[in-house]
Design a protein around this ligand. Structure first.
Ligand code: SF4
Length: 233
């Protein structure tokens, strides 16, 4: 993406790249995707390795705001993705985006619940896609993070809010079995989640953090709980 440089309080270079146009990421919206560098997890199946380990991101918040000024009336939303967008300060950036009239979708692993709470309270988010990485017993093994309780705080906050959101899980069959997904469904139900639950299968890519190959274990969909409406992507 070609963007001009500026420098002021939003001049920190924390953005790895920007996809200028997509209609696939935020349902029914024309969006750009802002790819924030760094993440507080290390999921083995993560194919955004370069973004997660990026220490010298090339673009600042201001670069993106300048780009957005040229996209008024052409895009209607901005997707904050990564990496983990909430690893960075988002309040001022989101306020500027909203002042320009764009909606905001946040893709998140949910572990920075305090930051997400602040964004929700300020009405700076329009949609959240929350990753439910694994049930409690496997959370650390899959994410290399011990923030399961923080993730649950975010989940509870979203359930009790009026914001539109979805919960989704990526499945590598050697890591996460059908029993684990049923455990997640049970946890979601117990907490009052009653929306669609999205499952996406691991895609074998040239590289990923754990150098994973295609799974050898079969995921038996016939054993999947039907307590929630499951949508495969
Ligand atoms: S898949 Fe895991 S490591 Fe990769 S960006 Fe998402 S939360 Fe971070």
């Amino acid at each position: 993406m070609s963007i001009n440089k500026e420098s002021n309080s939003l001049s920190a270079n924390v953005i790895y790249d920007c996809t200028p146009f997509t209609h696939l990421d935020y349902p029914n919206h024309l969006s750009c995707i802002v790819w924030f560098s760094e993440c507080n997890m290390r999921c083995d199946y993560c194919y955004n390795k370069d973004i997660v380990f990026a220490k010298n991101a090339e673009h600042s918040y201001n670069d993106i705001l300048t780009f957005l000024k040229s996209r008024k009336n052409l895009l209607d939303a901005v997707v904050l993705s990564g990496g983990e967008a909430t690893s960075h300060n988002l309040k001022e950036f989101c306020q500027s985006i909203k002042e320009m009239g764009f909606k905001i979708k946040l893709d998140t692993n949910g572990t920075n619940s305090i930051k997400i709470k602040e964004l929700l309270e300020l009405n700076l988010l329009d949609y959240v896609a929350l990753d439910f990485k694994a049930p409690k017993e496997k959370f650390q093994q899959i994410t290399y993070s011990n923030k399961y309780e923080d993730f649950l705080s975010t989940l509870d906050m979203l359930i009790s809010s009026s914001i539109d959101f979805e919960v989704r899980t990526t499945i590598h069959n050697d890591l996460l079995h059908v029993e684990d997904v049923n455990e997640i469904i049970k946890e979601l139900m117990n907490r009052g989640y009653n929306k669609k639950y999205y499952l996406q299968e691991f895609l074998s890519t040239e590289s990923n953090i754990g150098n994973l190959q295609t799974a050898t274990t079969k995921f038996d969909k016939s054993l999947l709980s039907n307590d929630l409406e499951v949508i495969w992507r």
